[in-house]
Design a protein around this ligand. Sequence first.
Ligand SMILES: [Zn+2]
Length: 484
Amino acid sequence: MTDAPERLALYRRFRPQRFADVVGQDLVVATLRRAVAEGKLGHAYLLSGQRGVGKTSVARILARAANCLAPEDGEPCNRCEACRRILAGGSLDVVEIDGASNRGVDQIRRLREEVAYVPAGSRYKVYIIDEVHMLTGEAFNALLKTLEEPPPHVLFIFATTEPHKVPATVLSRCQAFELGPIPEEGIAEVLQRVAQAEGIFLEPAAADLIARRSRGALRDALVVLEQLGQGGTITPERVVELLGLPPLAQLDGFLDALLHRRADPALAVVAELSARGRDLALFVEEAAGRARDRIIAGEVALIPIAQRLIELRGELGRAFSRRLHLELAVIAHCGPPTAARQGPPPQREAPAAPPVGQSALSDPRHPGQPLASGGRPAQGWEAMLEAVLAERPAVAAFLAPAAATWADGLLTIRLPPDRAYHYEALQDPRIRGYVEATAHRFFNPLLAVEIVWEGKRERPTLEEGARVLAEALEGRVVWEADHG
Ligand SMILES: [Zn+2]
């Protein structure tokens, strides 16, 4: 089946025509229907929500419902002359303005002149302004003048993905409705209904997968359905292929590795994804989704892993290096990879062979090439951690929870209060020596390294004891002056 060029896209053909057909926006739709039915329409509505959740559809249904000659319980009949004219796009009384392409004040001025005239044959002159936040400040001011004294026959319906960019003066004159993301089950149902109507065979698992990946945007889901619908039965494998999602076997392999705390296969998956340029955040998200499916199927042991993956998904958005962050998280959970456990610690000049599955990691950045003082410490620290991870993953696991600051020739590595063990481990002279040597490579050969634990010790050290005593005696610890 090939589509004729003039054939409408699926999402246009299956656009809801009545409030009752709108999926996943029950509260908004019920409120608007009641307002129409009771004849209590306001003069300005603002519909906000992410793309693809039905803002334009709701706006158009409301435009018809307001003008319908025979509304049915707040619904447009879609059969009367007014409804049909609007549906055909031939009504002069329903004007759609795209805020993104009509940013100029001129369009709004023209609108201001037009609103003075009574509708050409309908009850309301309806202005639908899409992406209203894109209007210029001047255009907003012009619009505000109309909103302050709206003619009784005018109905404004604004739609926006970014309501916070709409001036408060405009917002305060609107009844605002937020359209949430459409629930996955709702999207999957629509997909099945549309597929059936179109003669497309859609496997339920494939429908679920499309629904999950469309993130609450029904329109996106229908676009995917349309693209896949021309190639025969839609299987989960075809969805995976089209959307570049990680295959199920890979997700399961990763989850099983985490479940049995085996770092090597988990790191191998990360290395493979990186080598193929895959989005690691998307992978972690998919892994969390897959874990959820397995938990629902009875694998409760995956619950803590799923929770950690969800946290990790958020962390990856802020990470300097997603790969590094993910690898450290794997090691923090599983322990170091086997090669690191068995082999002797590699020497600085001759790093040992990288652990299995980590070949792409064995590229410590610019060994012997310290960052110039004044370089960005975050990058220096990240590069250093990456090198440590490649050379001595166990040490990287100790350093992973630390925050590092670098100033005036001093690198301070701070371990949070709940990481006393990590701190103790880093005090081992060989480990400490290695950390210092590596810091010299990545920051400055003359750098001083300080490792600090931010928790409270059981017993105060001698110096702390002296200070506590001095404070108690209202005195001063004189040697503190030397430390600045
Ligand atoms: Zn009608």
